[in-house]
Design a binder for this molecule. Structure first.
Ligand code: FAD
Ligand code: EPU
Length: 349
């Protein structure tokens, strides 16, 4: 049972809190302390709270990209801050600042309803706004880096508030300066710039076909959003029904020569060219080729809809899910010589 809930202006602090409803893999883990911040101005006061003074906090959004291997013995901090602010335009471009605690999908839908397109391919990605720059969320040929103007964060090392420009975020494929330094900066808000002159991106595999099925040949941004929603709903299990964290592994990026050799042996292997002469491979294809799609050991498994999605069929523990995922990774490595890297953050301790 949770105990010692402390409610102060702008935050609550609970001891021995359940995390089960705070991670989409539905792992039944607990946190020694859970701090929920409703007003970003109270972050220093929360950190100065007697119980947290010597504890390094773990930052959590909506838990859609984490795997708790076991209970967390420290303090989990989560932002519930709200607010969307329209900033002065830059030329014709719309600029919007949004609080980290807002839901990403709500924000995308709000921008589209305002007539500010750009984010339509990123609709229905679960999670908070604050986590979006963490791994530079991406889908259907678009990444959030294309629209982020700046990221505001509270530096837990210096206790200063700092603003990162787009370049300072060092965005990459499922990567950023924040992802490489977890729990250093608590992201409190982001500002995006949405160009008025915008042509929707529809070249990602399957998107054009979906639009054609809808009978659309000149797609407006809201058509693209509708098509992406249809594709995602068909391909990915809904975490509200079956615990999962989306893609469990990143698509591996390997040297071009190694990819060419693999393609020679496996002509069906989907590949995309990446920076610096490298090639990105489809991790889902590699996993499926190993016969792991739909595989289940106890309550840990791989979705039968998408081979990249680790699922919790009910009561798998974090340790069981992680052990199962590592077996899948080892199977792919033994067969193809490619080491898959988890996309979600693995939290052990
Ligand atoms: P969490 O899972 O809570 O945290 C993720 C990481 O961010 C952790 O390291 C955490 O410490 C850190 N973090 C969270 N909030 C903050 C903050 N305010 N400040 C600093 N650090 C913070 N991702 C994609 O890129 N593309 C997809 O298409 C996609 N599809 C998905 C589909 C499904 C069904 C699911 C379950 C997940 C999918 N994801 C996808 C992954 C996930 O939605 C994103 O990574 C999302 O941004 C995570 O948000 P969150 O709030 O749940 O973050
Ligand atoms: N494929 C298989 N088996 C499957 C599923 C897919 O072989 O079960 C192959 C197919 O050849 C397919 C290819 O993989 O054409 C690519 O599949 P998909 O379009 O579903 O994309 P993905 O590479 O598996 C990535 C992201 C997703 C994102 C989609 C759409 C990563 C790790 N994942 O998946 O992001 O939604 O593209 O853009 O880059 C996430 O990060 O959590 C996530 C869901």
């Amino acid at each position: 049972m949770p105990s010692n809930a402390t409610v102060a202006d702008g935050f609550t602090l609970t001891e021995n809190a359940s995390l089960r409803d705070r991670n989409t893999l539905r792992v039944d883990a607990r946190a020694r302390w859970l701090g929920e911040v409703h007003d970003a101005a109270t972050i220093p006061a929360l950190l100065d709270h007697a119980t947290l003074r010597d504890v390094a906090p773990l930052l959590l959004g909506e838990g859609s990209n984490v795997l708790f291997v076991g209970d967390y013995r420290g303090a989990v901090l989560t932002l519930k801050t709200r607010g969307v602010e329209v900033l002065p335009n830059a030329g014709d471009d719309a600029r919007i600042r949004v609080a980290a605690g807002e839901r990403w999908d709500d924000f995308v839908r709000w921008t589209l309803a305002q007539g500010s397109p750009g984010l339509e391919n990123l609709i229905l990605i679960p999670g908070s706004v604050g986590a979006a720059p963490m791994q530079n969320i991406g889908a259907y040929g678009v990444e959030v880096r294309q629209f982020v103007e700046s990221v505001e964060a509270f530096d837990l090392a210096t206790r200063q508030t700092t603003t990162f420009t787009n370049a300072e975020c060092e965005f990459g494929y499922r990567d950023s300066i924040f992802k490489r330094n977890p729990d250093r900066w608590l992201i409190t808000a982001i500002s995006v710039r949405l160009p008025r002159a915008h042509t929707p991106r529809v070249d990602y595999a399957g998107l054009q076909e979906e639009l054609a099925r809808m009978g659309i040949d000149k797609p407006a941004p809201f058509h693209v959003a509708e098509a992406v929603v249809a594709l995602r709903t068909r391909k990915l299990p809904d975490p509200a029904v079956l615990g999962n964290a989306g893609s469990f592994f990143k698509n591996p990026v390997i040297p071009g020569a190694q990819a060419a050799a693999l393609r020679h042996e496996h002509p069906q292997l989907p590949c995309w060219s990446a920076a610096d002469g490298n090639t990105k491979l489809s991790a889902a294809w590699l996993i499926e080729a190993c016969g792991c799609k739909g595989l289940r050991e106890g309550d840990a498994g791989i979705s039968n809809r998408h081979a990249l999605v680790l699922v919790n069929h009910g009561h798998a523990t974090g340790a069981q899910l992680w052990a199962f995922a590592q077996r899948v990774r080892d199977t792919v490595h033994a067969r193809f010589g490619v080491l898959l890297e988890p996309e979600p953050r693995i939290i052990d301790g």
